[in-house]
Design a protein around this ligand. Structure first.
Ligand SMILES: Cc1cc2nc3c(=O)[nH]c(=O)nc-3n(C[C@H](O)[C@H](O)[C@H](O)COP(=O)(O)O)c2cc1C
Ligand code: SF4
Length: 460
């Protein structure tokens, strides 16, 4: 895998990743690391630095969360109730390093190659939020990443950057690395909170939102790894500098993109927010083997699929991808060339969602395996003429607020967009079913029964 940026672009988030021993604190300090943290700590006593000043800088930068939804970071921080309203309840910061969205592998690079960048971002965010104990929840399978982070935390304590009375500032701050349960749903912020509390990673009904009642029923802010890294750079260089990246004030900052699939050089790329899709594709060496582009999933498997025509002039930022009726999500760009069998790709993605549903909500628990079974029968040439309409009808009843979390909406996005944009390919699969063999491989009664129930909208 390669990590790169456009010619002439000076990397910010990936600036240190190729340094020898880049995770070590000595190199980080030599590169000016922790200057912002020390600056803020030194300015507490004089009143030069206050929590609201840090929050205001983050708000002014226009930083939007890099975890998927693109919610404005500084605004989210302001949802934490003030001391007079929350009483003695502590405030918690959770750094979301669960990174499990198919096609997403950007946070892993930051974790393994430059952990102090993340820790400094967490320290600054903790100060802004009045946090005394911050947690980083890392995907269970990232064993090496957890080791790197734990070593970095130990180094930070040893240098007096964490702990009691940090740098004589009067401020106490602890930071704990918590290894996750190994389920995709644990990346959803309320499931992450449940998992951190030692329970099953089941999403909670919102409201209350975590900022009001999160971990241990206390106000909690959940932010993505890359978001918190951006906080560190905003404090280093200011919001005006941050806003120089991007097409407009709603889409700012340097951005990591994960490109995978049919490209010559898959990997993590850093570029200014809003880089045109075609430029990023060129950076990744173009479509593999010089073949033609067929489809793109622009923001992880939960983002609706786009056709080659739809991405021709698409800027890769929150609003640019939304204008194309998809989403930037985790900026995981999955490229599919002309040889891709779209029905098979959609069936494959649906298997993931069928496996990962937490099972709390009937439409999601019953619907995700049903979609997978139906898609499998379509791609195997065993489908019926009405299957596509039935798939669309059932999938349509699984989203739009019918469930506790948006996992169900994510599960239907590839199905609905795949069928809408590549329907002739699905119909060609059904045409195979017209063969004499079809009668021998008709779907089971159970499938028919579930399909009937789902189609009638009986979900619970
Ligand atoms: C099913 C699901 C999985 C998610 N997985 C992740 C994840 O692995 N990492 C992440 O940062 N956000 C993930 N999110 C988004 C989080 O719920 C949350 O919005 C995010 O961590 C907030 O951080 P941000 O504001 O910095 O983007 C997921 C959301 C859903 C619905
Ligand atoms: S939508 Fe799916 S993943 Fe989300 S809470 Fe309901 S069952 Fe669980």
């Amino acid at each position: 895998m390669s990590e790169m940026w456009p010619a002439g672009y000076v990397p910010v988030l990936l600036a240190r990743i190729s340094r020898p021993d880049s995770p070590a604190i000595d190199g980080y300090l030599a590169d000016g690391g922790y200057a912002s943290w020390k600056k803020v700590l030194a300015g507490i006593a004089t009143g030069e630095w206050t929590p609201s000043k840090v929050t205001d800088l983050v708000k002014a930068s226009g930083l939007r969360g890099r975890g998927g939804a693109g919610f404005p970071c500084g605004l989210k921080w302001t949802f934490v109730p003030p001391k007079e309203k929350r009483g003695n309840k502590p405030v918690y910061l959770l750094c979301n390093a669960d990174e499990s969205e198919p096609g997403t592998f950007k946070d892993r690079v930051l974790i393994e190659k430059d952990p102090h960048q993340i820790l400094e971002g967490m320290m600054l965010a903790s100060f802004a939020l009045g946090v005394r104990h911050a947690y980083l929840y890392i995907r269970g399978e990232m064993v090496h990443g957890a080791e790197v982070l734990n070593a970095a935390v130990d180094e930070a304590y040893a240098k007096g950057l964490l702990g009691k009375n940090v740098q004589g500032s009067g401020l106490d701050l602890d930071l704990t690395i918590h290894r996750g349960g190994g389920a995709y749903i644990c990346g959803e912020e309320t499931a992450l909170i449940e998992s951190l509390e030692g329970k099953r990673g089941h999403p909670r009904i919102k409201p209350p939102f975590p900022a009001v009642s999160g971990v241990w029923a206390s106000p909690t802010v959940v932010n993505n790894v890359e978001t918190l890294c951006c906080v560190k750079h905003i404090l280093d260089r200011g919001p005006d500098w941050f806003r120089t990246y991007g097409r407009n004030e709603k889409n700012t900052g340097p951005k990591l993109f994960c490109i995978s699939g049919h490209v010559e050089r898959p990997g993590v790329y850093e570029a200014p927010m809003g880089i045109p899709f075609l430029e990023l594709l060129a950076l990744a060496g173009g479509v593999k083997g010089g073949r033609k582009l067929k489809a793109v999933i622009p923001g992880g498997s939960s983002a609706p699929m786009l056709t080659a025509e739809e991405v021709q002039s698409m800027p890769l930022d929150f609003d640019g991808v939304a204008a194309a009726k998809s989403m930037l999500g985790s900026a995981a760009i999955i490229v599919m060339d002309e040889t891709t069998d779209i029905p098979k790709a959609v069936a494959n993605i649906s298997k993931f969602y069928a496996h990962e549903s937490c099972g709390q909500c009937t439409p999601c628990r019953e619907g995700t395996p049903w979609l997978n079974k139906m898609l499998k029968r379509v791609v195997n040439g065993q489908g019926k003429r009405q299957d596509l309409d039935l798939l669309v009808q059932v999938a349509s009843q699984m989203g739009n607020g019918m469930t506790i979390c948006v996992f169900s909406d994510a599960a239907i996005a590839p199905v609905l967009s795949g069928i809408a944009k590549f329907r002739p390919e699905f119909e060609a699969c059904l045409a195979k079913a017209a063969s004499p063999d079809f009668a021998l491989t008709a779907p089971s009664d159970v499938t028919e029964k579930v399909a009937g129930r789902m189609a009638e909208g009986i979900h619970s």
